[in-house]
Design a protein around this ligand. Sequence first.
Ligand code: ATP
Ligand code: MG
Length: 444
Amino acid sequence: MAINIKRPNGTEDVIPRDAHKWHTVEKVARETAESYGFGEIRTPTFENTDLFLRSVGETTDVVQKEMYTVIAKETKFTLRPEGTAGAIRAMLQNGLLNEALPQRVYYVTSCFRHERPQAGRLREFHQFGVEMAGSPSPAADAEVISLAKKILDRLEIKNIELRVNSIGCPVCRAKYHQALRAYFEARKEELCETCQERLEKNPMRILDCKSPICKEIAKDAPVILDYLCEECSDHFEKFKGYLGKLGISYTVDPKIVRGLDYYTKTVFEFVTTEIGAQGTVCGGGRYDGLIEQLGGQHVPALGFGMGLERLLLVMDKQGSEFLSPKKCDIYFATMGDAALERAMELSSQLREFGYFAEFDLMQRGLKPQMKYANKIGAAFTMVLGDNELTEGKAKLKEMESGEETVVSLDNKFETVFEEIYFNKMMNAMDDGSNPLFAFTGEDK
Ligand code: ATP
Ligand code: MG
């Protein structure tokens, strides 16, 4: 029987040619988060299953249908379906909540959900996420959204809309649940099986059901905003006021309830219509009860998760610019063993200075070596043979202009190379082109 060596459905490879796209998004996200005072947290890929049951919620799609759980030596573990539970668990376990508040962490992490794979919906996907713990203030809600917005703006994402809502606290939700039950009870028979169960346990989950029939029935359901208590309503008004002050435009969408149970008060999504049905690029909100639910003190918290595959889909669609992948600065074409050894030494010297240097490892002739140098877009080349070694000099060729400079191969080589390289960069700047892109061989 042939061994199946294809990757599992709903997973993706990132090959070196595309890695710079990920690096761009991750760099922008990390740097922006750090400028808001967030520090990186790394947690295990799997956690005790109970952690997700307790936090994500037993009536959610994630817990009911999507978790990858393994039993190892009678203990149940689950591959993380989202980042918040693990991050909060780690903040508690490492005592971060006893330090100065607010505590702010971010992560770039893989998540696993057994869903039907389609564009923008994978079984292993990646999230950039943040968590802030300690502040009950609506200013914190605005701050977290402003961070997400800044990342999207720096990546120059266009046509993306911020939708906000408040889903209240347990006090207002009790009244709202009653109203929802009364509404759905009348059409109970038409609801999908899962939602019939939810009607009893957690009727708000029906609003998040993906079944078209349940969606249709939910259209005229009562909205939570009509049931907010004074405190939640006040929080929501102040929060919207801060968004206004920050110049962040938004629409209120009373239908957003979010797919995980732990949310309270503010919830939000950044949505685009440009990548089909899976248009939610970022989702988040406040979860004031979560830390307590996981065994900590009452510490209000909030955050968001940004789907990196979806973000990259949007960027590809919009023809966004990415940081250029590093290209070869100098390629040594060699003839003979002695020249190869010299190329090894020179490359090693230049790499000490951070240059990207390469030489032939394929035992090719001179012509195919030069062809290869062209193909990889080397900025400079240098041919080394017996003559060059005897004379201690060789021609350094700038590939774009074809200009050649004879340079000495002595121990000043890297200083001379640096000078010539620097001049090239300066000329590129004089052209008005961006020096960051000057050596990539790409048209910018
Ligand atoms: P959706 O309604 O699209 O299923 P969700 O509410 O389940 O999203 P969250 O749990 O809030 O999503 O996760 C935050 C973000 O992670 C989403 O906004 C999305 O960008 C991304 N995401 C969620 N599930 C997937 C998936 N299966 N594949 C790719 N990205 C995903
Ligand atoms: Mg989902």
